[in-house]
Design a binder for this molecule. Sequence first.
Ligand code: ZN
Ligand code: ZN
Length: 151
Amino acid sequence: MSEDYTKRLVEQFVQRCRQHGLKVTPQRLAIYRQLLTSSEHPSADVVHKKIVQEYPTISFDTVNRTLLTFADIGVIETVESHSGVRRYDTDIAPHHHLHCIRCGNIVDFCDSDLDAIKVPERIARQFTVLGKRVSIRGICRACAEGACRAS
Ligand SMILES: [Zn+2]
Ligand SMILES: [Zn+2]
């Protein structure tokens, strides 16, 4: 992620917080910045482990609540996860996911054909569509190669 792009996202974040009457505290900013630097779609637990290095007194609960609030105001998105643990995505631009079922990694990719997928009309009629994302499940190269060595 380029310096410029990061700066823009942080500005957007601050603006969005203000719109929603959310105070931009140093901790909130630190949590958001932490999310920006990780492309791994971290869980609240992962974010907490990193943020305590900067803010030793911050509780898991605070981090967890902050992430839920961020998702509420639309600065991050929640990501589907097969383990049932909620994961977060800072990239709110259209993109799709490769999800490795072995290591749980979620990798972003872009594809304009997939962006253009149409929501069936019967669904659009009864469901307010806020976004669409294609999630491709499978086994990543590292896991596939690991499996080879093991056998
Ligand atoms: Zn994997
Ligand atoms: Zn993503």
